[in-house]
Ligand binder design. Structure first.
Ligand SMILES: Cc1cc2nc3c(=O)[nH]c(=O)nc-3n(C[C@H](O)[C@H](O)[C@H](O)COP(=O)(O)OP(=O)(O)OC[C@H]3O[C@@H](n4cnc5c(N)ncnc54)[C@H](O)[C@@H]3O)c2cc1C
Length: 321
């Protein structure tokens, strides 16, 4: 009994990026404890999801064809039954809105401890789960004093698994007690206006308080347009009502992992960095060479954004407003 069971996540017909991160996290733990990695996907087009999830590192994929969208009661019942069949020592669930909905109920049903929001997993005899506290200022290690555990895994902390896999795909026939399914999805509403998901973008141009006034946002928007990038922001821009909430990067916004993140007039406060430190390449445009963003920037332009941004727009064939 050293296997790991990890859950994939999908929304509105598509697998979410965290599903592929679960493979990396699960593989790491399975290797540390010398077991197999089992992946499960519940609901939706499970067969096509299983094909996509069949990446390097996965030993078995269990498909549970129950419903289209996430349903708390179906997930809890299906996972409880699958857990009994796979008999893992660790159950990994995305630390997402859905994951945090069903993880506590599953842990309670299985009567095993739950550790949430893991950013590191290790096994030195006991399982050691790293978590961050005080706005990511302090890392703590929780040593799990139990043979089995449920852990929720923070999105964007592990790389997405790539490479074609050779997992065995098995359909799992869960015996769902319909009388215990007390909730149903009646619709889907995007919060915060618009259907832009900044966590999907390859290139983000992010604007901060250095922009000074709402009407100046269009300057940074023009840079995003010239680069074919998506516009995001720090929290004060959203708090001021200059951009909708779905554009906010950070601890209380979205976690993003683009290939390029251009921080325009953003200081790099710890709550902001918590949301973008996984970006592949970070470019900072800031007048302050000592701003905290400089500690994590790969490239820095220490200058006035009102001079730099129009030049960049021109350089990339756009037109400054
Ligand atoms: C519980 C909690 C949760 C939070 N969650 C988030 C979150 O999710 N996301 C988030 O972003 N923040 C969050 N915050 C707020 C966070 O602490 C910071 O206040 C915020 O990130 C600062 O935003 P900023 O960098 O845009 O502004 P500032 O810190 O004011 O930085 C502006 C930067 O612009 C530079 N600048 C000024 N003028 C120019 C110019 N002309 N050209 C170039 N550079 C210039 C300055 O040197 C400065 O570095 C949270 C705070 C708390 C307490």
């Amino acid at each position: 009994m050293t296997d790991v069971l990890a859950l994939a996540e999908h929304r509105r017909g598509s697998l979410r990026d965290v599903s592929f991160e679960m493979i990396s996290a699960g593989r790491e733990l399975a290797d540390a404890q010398g077991g197999d990695l089992h992946l499960a996907v519940i609901g939706g087009d499970v067969d096509s999801f299983a094909d996509d999830l069949n990446r390097e590192g996965v030993d078995a994929i269990h498909t549970v064809a129950e419903g289209e969208e996430f349903n708390h009661d179906v997930y809890v019942q299906a996972i409880e039954q699958l857990y009994a069949e796979v008999a893992p020592t660790a159950l990994l669930i995305p630390n997402s809105v859905n994951g945090l909905d069903y993880a506590p109920a599953v842990a309670e049903r299985l009567d095993v401890p739950l550790v949430t929001d893991a950013v590191g997993l290790d096994r030195n005899g006991a399982l050691e789960v790293t978590r961050e506290m005080y706005g990511s200022k302090v890392a703590t290690t929780v040593e799990v004093d139990a043979d089995e555990v449920v852990v929720t895994v923070r999105p964007a902390e592990w790389p997405q698994a790539e490479g074609e896999g050779s997992a065995e795909i098995q359909s799992f026939d869960a015996d769902i007690d319909e009388s215990q399914v007390r909730s149903t999805v009646t619709g889907f509403e995007e919060v915060g206006g618009g259907d832009v998901d900044i966590s999907d973008a390859d290139v983000l141009v992010s604007v901060g308080r250095g922009i000074e006034e709402e009407e100046n946002i269009e300057l940074v928007e023009a840079l995003a347009d010239a680069l074919g990038a998506t516009l995001s922001s720090s929290r004060p821009i959203v708090d001021s009502g200059w951009l909708p909430k779905n554009r906010q990067v950070g601890q209380s916004g979205k976690v993003v992992t683009p290939k390029v993140y251009i921080a325009v007039g953003i200081s790099g406060a710890v709550q902001h960095v918590a949301g973008m430190k996984g970006s592949e390449t970070i470019v900072a445009i800031n007048t302050d060479p000592n701003a905290p963003i400089m500690d994590i920037a790969d490239y820095a332009i220490v200058d006035d954004l009102f001079d730099v941004v129009p030049e960049l727009i021109e350089e990339f064939g756009g037109e400054a407003p």
